[in-house]
Every structure is written in C-alpha cells, then in structure tokens.
Design a protein around this ligand. Structure first.
Ligand code: TYD
Ligand code: MG
Length: 454
C-alpha cells in the first residue's frame, strides 16, 4: 500500500494542492490552504469491471412517485423551497452571519411542531438557553421543539437515532465535528464529513434536515460550498443587515424549480411574511426625483417593483471619478455607462456615479439595464422620470434595446400598483389595460425621449 500523501485543501473553494502555497491556484484567495489527512492511494490493480452487483434500469416513462411535501404554513418559506419540505431531504440554508437564518428556522421549527411534527433544533453556536430566550421573544416559547446545544456529530446522531424526528435543524454545519476526521470544525473536510453523516441519517430515517451554513464575503457558501452537490436543496437567505427586508431564494432544488422567492421583513417579533413585496420596496418614494426610476423585476414568476436610484456628481477635472454600486453588478453599470457614452453621446467620464437599489434589494434580472440607464440619464440631465412610469429592457453593446421575458406580468403588476405608463422594448402588441406603453428600439431613442421632456 502506498504511503498516504499529504494534501492541502483550500478552505474557500475546496481545491486540493499537494504542497502548501500562500495563494490558492484555483480561486486566488490568500492563506486558505490547510493541511488535511491524505487519502490512502491504492495501486490500481483491481479491475472494476467484474464482481459488482447488477444495477437495475428503468425506462424514463415509468410511473413517477412525487415526493410528499410537508408544508410549514409559512407561505413565503413554502413557496421558496418549492412547495414544502420533502421527507428524507437535506437542505442547506446559506446566508451572511446575522441575516436571520436561526430566527427563520426557529419559526419554521415551531410551525412544524404545531402541525404535529417531531422537531429537533440543534445549535452549535448558541447555548440552549439563548435559543429558548429567542423563542420567547418570538412568542414561540410554548412550541414543542426539542432543543439541544451540541457539536459532536456522533453525539447528535446517536441521540436522534433513538427517536428520529420528522424535522431537524443543524445550526450551523461549520460548528459540527466528526471524530472520524482530523481537523478543527469549519475546515472543508470536517464540514464535508459531518454533513455526509447527517445527510445519510436523513435519508435512512426520512428526517427533513436543514443545515445552516454561513457564507463568505464573496457570497459563496464558505466551506459548505463543497456541500452544494451533496444536499438536495440549497437555499440562500439574503438581504442587507441594515435593512428590514430578507429574501429567501432557492439556488438548487432536486425536487422542484429554483425560480421562486420568499420575502420577509425582520421585525421586533422575528420575521414576518411580506405578501406584497412591491408595495414594500416602493414605500419611501417621493414624487418626481431626478435619478429615480421604478423597475418591475421578476423573481421567478413573481413581479416585484423596485426603485433604482442614480446620482451623478460633476468632478473638478483631473480627479478619478468613483463608481459605487449597491444592489447591482458593478461591471454591468460600467457597461451601461460605456453604451451611453459610445452610442448616445452622454459622457459620464467627468462625473462620479452612484447607483443604489432601494430597500436593500439585490437585482439580478437583466431587464434592469434600461431602468438603470434611465436613472443615469435622468440624473445626468437633471430631468425626473414621470412618477407613474415603470421601465424595463435589456441593453446590448450596440445600443439596441432587447425585449425581455414576461412583459405582460410586469405590466400587470405595475398597473396593479397604480402605474399608468411603461417604457419598454419594442415588441409586438402586448398591452395591459390601464398602462400606456411606449416602445423603444434603441437606447438613443430613450435618451431623446427623456431629454425632450419638459
Ligand atoms: P439570527 O437569526 O441570529 O441570524 P443568523 O442565524 O443568520 O446569524 O438573527 C440575527 C439578527 O436578527 C439579530 O442581529 C437581531 C435580529 N432580530 C430581530 O431584529 N428581531 C428578532 O425578533 C430576532 C430574533 C432577531
Ligand atoms: Mg444563527
């Protein structure tokens, strides 16, 4: 048998290197390589083509058994996870520290317990008393949730195995420790090994398991990123800590689609459901401000109206202008600025540009291009957009405005919230009652339209 080789595993991306390096060659992070016990390398003398058991094939058209889904009764949660949790499934809940993962899962636990499920909540981060205190604060002190503070996977699974619960929360996977593996909790191999055992338990006993995972600054689920392929569902709980709103988004779902979101507001008494997100993201609007536009974003099949704000500040010549973006992709902003300059003759090179998506919302919908462009034009020309207008469309480098998906849905939401005008890409007659639609084929047309407005 060959001697086990040393290996160094990047704690950020999981890449393996055979010698220590200061910087990970895969992801470029510094000081993330940690030595972990090597795998034993067997000589490849066994032929894998004989000696196995036969695998049974079935046709694609065989009867399907749809998984049973357990609804929690928290509608926004159920919608985001694809209609409820599946027995025996493992779900990873990622999010920044302090965003509200423990709060949400405690509320989910209490709801499921009220519905008659047996529920275990295991915290590796807080003492049971702390969790209980939080439950009291949330008004959930009476729910029959079994609480424990533990970090040893062996202890936890031994205990749960005696009476497997219907639902178990492991908060968080980075604090768990498997004694089968060397290394401190939180290292990639510990996180992976602990999760593997817990997931195996879930499958064997039909327990719905929720693993909490903190994310790193760049938005990847730290360490647990290597878990993404092991679990059935990956959820991400997002928002700005300084804002109230939280969005539960599904990133991967083996049992359903990933395009629905759940919207919550963090309040004194925990997370409350937000059934009409548009009204919420638009609350603080003032009439006719320059640089502000309203964009009907689409989250899955759900339209959400958000306000985009741009501010430009002229600089004395010579200084390097800042571009600052909150809630949107900064390289996308650079592209829009370039297209405005090259195709429409609007120069921002002597101005600082600030772009903000109101309410702590993070936009990923490509249809935001046109709304951002309009906000920039409006700020630049100091001409406000009409306060009852929404705007959307994708912009190409050539300055064309491309049609986007679900125009009708976006218009309907706008109309529902009292918007009477929509600036949209040219496309064949989709109109919604009550919305006056203006079509644009080129960004230059929009610039002309906005600059000519009194
Ligand atoms: P928490 O669920 O502990 O976050 P995570 O588990 O993702 O790290 O929630 C953290 C924040 O939420 C905390 O800073 C305070 C706030 N919070 C409220 O505003 N209201 C509440 O009812 C609770 C329980 C927490
Ligand atoms: Mg927590």
């Amino acid at each position: 048998m060959a001697k086990p080789k040393k290996k160094y595993v990047c704690q950020n991306c999981g890449a393996i290197s055979h010698r220590w390096e200061g910087q990970c060659a895969e992801c470029g992070e510094w000081n993330t390589l940690v030595e972990e016990a090597g795998d034993t390398v067997f000589a490849a003398k066994h032929n894998l083509q004989t000696g196995g058991r036969e695998v049974r094939f079935v046709g694609l058209d065989t009867e399907i058994q749809l998984p049973d889904r357990k609804k929690t009764g928290i509608e926004e949660f159920d919608r985001a996870v694809g209609g409820g949790l599946v027995a025996g499934s493992a779900t990873l809940m990622g999010g920044d520290p302090g965003i509200g993962k423990s709060t949400l899962l405690l509320q989910v636990s209490a709801k499921l317990a009220d519905a008659g499920c047996s529920v275990a909540y295991i915290s590796g981060e807080e003492a049971a008393d702390q969790v209980r205190l939080r439950a009291r604060r949330l008004g959930l002190g009476k729910a029959s949730v079994q609480l424990a503070s533990a970090t040893s996977v062996r202890d936890i699974l031994t205990t749960l195995g005696k009476n497997p619960p219907d639902f178990a929360v492991i908060d968080s996977i980075q604090t768990m420790h498997s004694d089968l593996i060397e290394g401190a909790p939180g290292t990639v191999s510990q996180v992976r090994a602990s999760a593997q055992e817990i997931i195996k338990f879930a499958k064997q006993h039909g327990t719905m398991v929720m693993l909490v995972g903190h994310v790193t600054k760049d938005g990847n689920i730290a360490g647990p990123r290597v878990l993404e392929h092991m679990v059935d569902t990956v959820m991400s709980f997002e928002g700005e800590r300084s804002h109230q709103y939280r969005i539960l988004r599904s990133i991967k779902n083996r049992f359903g689609g990933t395009d629905e979101i759940g919207v919550f507001a963090m309040e004194e008494m925990g997370l409350s459901e937000v059934q009409n997100p548009s009204a919420l993201f638009l609350t603080d609007r003032h009439e006719e401000v320059t640089g502000a536009t309203v964009f009907p974003a689409l989250e899955g099949t759900r339209p959400v109206l958000v306000e985009i704000q741009a501010l430009t500040v002229r600089l004395a010549s010579g200084a390097t202008p800042r571009r600052s973006v909150v809630g949107w992709d900064s390289s996308r902003l650079a592209m829009i600025l370039a297209v405005l300059e090259a195709r429409c003759g609007l120069s921002f090179s002597g101005a600082e540009v600030y772009l903000n998506i109101a309410g702590g919302y993070r936009l990923t919908d490509p249809a935001a291009d046109l709304a951002v462009a309009a906000a920039l034009i409006s700020a630049h020309a100091e001409k406000p957009m009409p306060s009852d207008a929404v705007i959307f469309g994708e912009i190409s480098l050539s300055g064309e405005i491309r049609p986007v998906s679900n125009t009708a849905l976006r218009l309907k939401e706008a109309s529902k919230l009292g918007f009477g005008k929509a600036l949209v890409p040219a496309s064949k007659g989709k109109t919604t009652d009550g919305v006056n639609v203006v079509n644009f084929g080129k960004l230059a047309n929009l610039v002309d339209h906005m600059l000519s407005r009194d």
